[in-house]
Design a protein around this ligand. Structure first.
Ligand code: IVH
Length: 706
């Protein structure tokens, strides 16, 4: 072999060939060492290859490769994945736990569609695979992009990795020009056991369960690692399409199969709730022998035209539901109860458990919710666990349901230590010593320290930089905690003044452990990039109690601009005034959320902190991207009388999807009144006000094609 030839005797061709080989070998060794924690050659062998490479490069400088090992330190730097915006959002599913929930699901759909209880309504029933969802985009039959779900709107581009999965076709025959196939990436039990055994032998990382292993394997920056992991894919849904896949879910599944995808063989068509539940029981009975993890059964309305009519709530389709399997259980000892203080000051008790395996996952913590829960009563004062309290030292039953944080289901009093005492819930904050107060009607005790409380301040900051909020590259929970501890940042506005406050912030930061000139420069760039922020993200990032991501979006859309929003919050202080009424008219905003919003902006210190932040930002107004071109975008519409082609709920949801605001009463602000037979006073009032009045058909014509 060439390396036995002395460097000075190598021909140019031999040298080029050897450099190519060495670059491959060294890259592989780097990967095994850095990314897989599984080196296959000794350090001495590695050094020897590297030295030989350098010697050849020195003798033939013109042959130095673009990917020369001498230019590389360690593995490919962790750049992260690029982001992909899903053309059609990747949603999640609502859950059913009991059979009655499935009956209600069927009832809800019939009501929404205006179908009588004896009308035909078919559903597919199929296993809910416990893996991670992936969207595969094919253009002209070729796989062009694969993306993880991410937050549903934006996922990670894992195309190179997906290409290494055998059950994902790279090329489709007779497919629509554009098609996005969605499904679940998973790992079988056998493959998981074998992978963990291999990892164990190499002293590598062990995965807790097949889903973690699948996720960890798919999200590798080096696709070659993904290739070495035995991942599989089941197709069950789709996103963007240039032409329909059929008229029913079953036809679409068949079509996916014909295109070369694996679909789940346990999928059945059911024509009643009884048949759906029957199929659920059948799948549940086979669960242990399937060879891969499933955590429930998914029911989907079979008729795709009905799916279209049913549409979506903010994050879940109305036409599908996941019927989950009951939780998994195990017994262990409760070693301690500790208190965590959250972003809103809530004192949350956490059970510290002697580690125990529950359904394949090692559990050492469980939530205890609040002090009543520990005492054995629920929020209404009813007994839970037959009124048994939970004490340190108890023998407790832990359960896990899907992704949900483990909980304590029961306590075995016969094994309670004789010297145990009831848990004494703290009335002062363990983090800052402020009073922790439980208000009338609130199940939670809260620290009154506000931003003085380090735990609250840090949690608020962590929330602020989280993915659905400001999502600043390089500034995660860990960095925020460090910067807070060192007094660099105390509130969100400080993030944006960090660089200025330290002169050239880069100089300061690069000297800190874990930071270099490059990462510091990158961080300040990433912070600057987020000075321009969409209104909805800002509202969510403020971490106001009860105001989640979906509500933030709806609030942003309602007010449009920061100044309109903030003015409304000030005006809404007057209870039952017009600004208050307007706030609670926003879809998804109830009294409790509205109160929380208004009181946040009414607190002086809080408001000043928000103002300091806003001064650093340029806030993008909220617009409705998908309703552009809709003839009813921004219009206020009222429905009255009997609608014959759709139910009221359906009409309202459809109008809102097209950007209209649906109101219950006619006023000067109304743009269109849709009047069915039997319309009375509203039609009269609209006529008096000169408002456009349409019958149902004219309305449907108006929105047709929008
Ligand atoms: S349908 C519009 N079918 O469950 C919703 N999802 O909890 C389309 N999942 O994010 C999803 N098996 O990752 C569907 N047979 C199945 C599924 C399934 C697993 C996952 C999927 C989704 C999550 C929702």
């Amino acid at each position: 072999m060439a390396e036995h030839i002395a460097v000075q005797d190598l021909s140019k061709d031999q040298a080029a060939e050897e450099l190519r080989r060495l670059s491959g070998l060294l890259a592989q060794a780097n990967r095994q060492y850095y990314a897989e924690d599984a080196p296959q050659i000794s350090d001495a062998e590695y050094d020897c290859l590297k030295r030989r490479n350098t010697e050849i490069e020195t003798r033939f400088p013109s042959l130095k490769r673009a990917d020369s090992p001498t230019e590389q330190i360690g593995a490919t730097p962790s750049e992260g994945f690029s982001k992909v915006r899903h053309e059609v959002p990747m949603l999640s599913l609502g859950n059913a736990f009991e059979d009655e929930d499935v009956v209600e699901f069927d009832g809800r759909i019939r009501k929404y569609l205006g179908l009588p209880s004896d009308a035909d309504l078919d559903f597919t029933a199929e296993p809910k695979i416990d893996g991670l969802s992936l969207s595969l985009r094919y253009e002209n039959g070729l796989l062009v992009q694969a993306a993880t779900r991410g937050d549903g709107a934006v996922g990670e581009n894992v195309t190179a990795n997906a290409r290494t999965i055998q059950t994902i076709p790279k090329k489709l025959d007779s497919a629509p020009d554009v098609i996005e196939i969605r499904g679940e990436v998973y790992m079988s039990h056998d493959d998981f056991d074998a992978l963990n055994a291999r990892q164990g032998e190499r002293g590598g990382k062990l995965f807790a369960n097949p889903r973690n292993a699948a996720a960890g394997s798919l999200r590798q920056l080096d696709a070659e690692i993904t290739r070495s992991r035995p991942l599989k894919f089941f197709a069950y849904a789709w996103g963007a399409l240039s032409e329909p896949l059929g008229q029913t879910q079953s036809e679409a599944i068949k079509r996916m199969e014909n295109m070369g995808f694996c679909t789940n063989p346990l999928t059945e068509l059911c024509s009643s709730v009884a048949e759906m539940i029957d199929q659920y029981r059948k799948i549940e009975a086979q669960r242990a022998t399937l060879g891969y993890d499933i955590d429930g059964v998914v029911y989907k309305v079979n008729d795709l035209a009905l799916q279209e009519r049913l549409g979506f709530r903010s994050t879940t389709p109305r036409w599908a539901i996941a019927h989950k399997f009951p939780a998994e259980l195990a017994w262990t000892t409760l070693e301690d109860i500790t208190i965590q203080v959250g972003r809103t000051g809530a004192l949350s008790p956490v059970a510290r458990l002697k580690p125990v395996t529950v359904g394949g996952v090692v559990v050492s913590n469980a939530t205890l919710h609040n002090e009543d829960y520990i005492k054995g009563v629920d929020s209404k004062g009813n007994q839970i666990r037959d009124g048994k309290d939970i004490r340190v030292g108890d023998w407790v039953q832990v359960y896990r349901a899907g992704d949900v944080i483990p909980k304590i289901a029961d306590v075995d009093l016969s094994r309670r230590p004789s010297d145990s005492v009831p848990f004494d819930f703290p009335t002062i904050c363990p983090e800052c010593g402020s009073d922790a107060i439980r208000e009338e009607g609130d199940a939670v005790r809260r620290c009154m320290g506000g931003l003085v409380c380090p735990a609250q301040a840090v949690e608020k900051l962590k929330h602020f930089v989280s993915r659905a909020a400001f999502d600043i590259d390089g500034l995660g929970a860990k960095q925020v905690e460090q910067f807070y501890t060192d007094g660099w940042i105390a509130e969100p506005a400080d993030i944006f003044t960090l660089q200025a406050r330290y002169g050239s912030g880069v100089q300061q930061l690069k000297n800190r452990e874990g930071w270099g000139e490059k990462s510091a420069t990158k961080l300040f760039q990433a912070i600057d990039d987020k000075r321009t922020i969409p209104l909805a993200r800002l509202i969510f990032a403020l971490g106001i109690r009860h105001v989640g991501e979906a509500a933030s979006n709806l609030i942003a859309l309602h007010y449009g601009t920061w100044s309109a929003f903030i003015t409304a919050m000030e005006n809404a202080r007057e209870a039952s005034g017009p600004a208050w009424d307007d706030l609670i008219s926003v879809d998804g905003v109830g009294q409790v959320m509205a109160q929380s919003l208004v009181s946040t902006f009414a607190q002086e210190a809080e408001r000043a902190s928000i103002d300091r932040l806003v001064a650093e930002l340029s806030i993008q107004d909220a617009t409705r991207p998908d309703t552009q071109g809709s003839p009813v975008d921004g219009k206020t519409v009222v429905f009255t009388g009997t609608l014959e082609k759709m139910t009221r709920a359906e009409a309202k949801a459809r109008a809102e999807r097209l950007g209209a605001k649906v109101s219950g009463s006619v006023s000067a602000k109304t743009d269109i009144l849709v009047a069915g037979p039997g319309a009375g006073s509203k039609a009269k009032k609209a006529a008096e006000l000169g408002i456009e009045i349409l019958d149902e058909d004219a309305w449907l014509d108006l929105i047709a094609g929008a």
